[in-house]
Design a protein around this ligand. Structure first.
Ligand SMILES: [Zn+2]
Length: 358
């Protein structure tokens, strides 16, 4: 392939090269939701170990948590928490020797002010450093009428393009619930809306392609969260139909950059099919959340006294070395990293980093 990029956060042309390399090379990058420096570092460490590039993203709730749940102004915490997380990644990513796409997750209509606040932070950052704070943001207006969804996406994309940023949009509704956006009750979801219509994808491409770079979170039966088998049927061929329709109109091969939401708990064969139809990004949150909790849960189960006493009640030994937060947070980081090893492998990303020093 020959394309090499400097390690660290990618944006603009570098970002576009990375997306193109994924689609041409038939692999995708995991997009991992993070909520603090522990999860950020776990992702960077796993990406480095797997010699893969990676996508680090924050939901609005994750960004608020990063800013601190004790900060009284939640909107401020969401915007500043996102900016703080991004600066942490900018500071460290290059030292892990991989390329990182920095992204923010679902923003519905009520969260447009959050996106605009991050763009304002990003513009200030750009003036100082000559690069954007984030590689891309997402707008999820899939609950709104298509015309309104696309008009708003166009308005935001016009602000992102001068910063060298990309926009992720959503067409059709991803089932399940992600951080308060969407519904956990799958039975009430309108089933036609769970599958993106190729004509809608074409309309989005015709409207947004002239304005800048964007990707499409398409609904092909995917849901957020992990549900009992039989509740969901994935139909990745929906992506193929959209890709073919747009390709015919534009005369370009695989023109659409697809994003797979609700990747946790998916079958390998559905992942492979989705990637072959132009998916370059698969979100993973539920499974990495569980892994982090599971790692800490195991640690607590093995060392229960350390979480209740400073001195062991029977042996009288000090327990400081066991309740030190670095010990049990590290157990969470390691378990999250082990789940990510599998994600890189499932997505065909292992060993394919474009990063090269020099
Ligand atoms: Zn999602």
């Amino acid at each position: 392939m020959g394309t090499k990029l400097k390690p660290g956060v990618v944006w603009g042309e570098g970002y576009q090269k990375l997306v193109a390399a994924c689609k041409q090379g038939g692999y995708a990058l995991p997009a991992v939701n993070i909520v603090g420096t522990n999860s950020v570092n776990a992702v960077l460490e796993a990406a480095a170990r797997n010699k893969s590039d990676v996508i680090i993203q924050l939901s609005s709730g994750g960004a608020q948590f990063f800013g601190g749940p004790g900060l009284a102004d939640a909107a401020k915490a969401r915007a500043l928490g996102a900016a703080s997380a991004a600066q942490h990644v900018h500071m460290l990513a290059a030292h892990y020797g991989v390329c990182v796409i920095l992204h923010t997750d679902h923003a519905n209509k009520a969260l447009i002010p959050w996106v605009e606040a991050m763009i304002a932070e990003g513009e200030a950052y750009y003036r100082l450093h000559g690069r954007p704070l984030f590689s891309s943001h997402m707008l999820d207006l899939s609950e709104e009428p298509l015309a309104e969804n696309l008009a708003e996406c166009a308005r935001i994309l016009k602000k992102l393009t001068p910063l060298g940023m990309s926009l992720e949009i959503e067409l059709g509704v991803t089932g399940g619930e992600e951080d308060g956006v969407g519904s956990e009750d799958l039975s009430t979801a309108d089933h036609a809306r769970l599958y993106t219509q190729p004509e809608d994808v074409l309309r989005a491409v015709e409207m947004l392609r002239p304005l800048g770079h964007f990707s499409v979170a398409a609904a092909f039966g995917n849901v957020h969260g992990v549900y009992a088998p039989g509740n969901v049927r994935l139909r990745p061929e929906i992506l193929d139909a959209s890709q073919k329709l747009v390709s015919e109109k534009l005369g370009v091969e695989k023109p659409v950059n697809f994003v797979f939401h609700g990747g946790s708990g998916s079958d390998k064969k559905d992942i492979d099919a989705a990637i072959s139809y132009g998916v370059f990004k698969m979100n993973i949150d539920t499974d990495t959340q569980f892994a982090f909790a599971n790692g800490i849960g195991d640690y607590v189960a093995k060392n229960p006294e350390a979480f209740r006493f400073q001195i062991h009640p029977e042996t009288q030994k000090p327990l400081k070395s066991l309740y030190d937060p670095r010990k049990w947070l590290r157990a969470g980081e390691k378990a999250m990293g082990a789940r990510l090893d599998q994600a890189f492998k499932d997505l065909g990303a292992t060993g394919r980093s474009l990063a090269q020093e020099g």
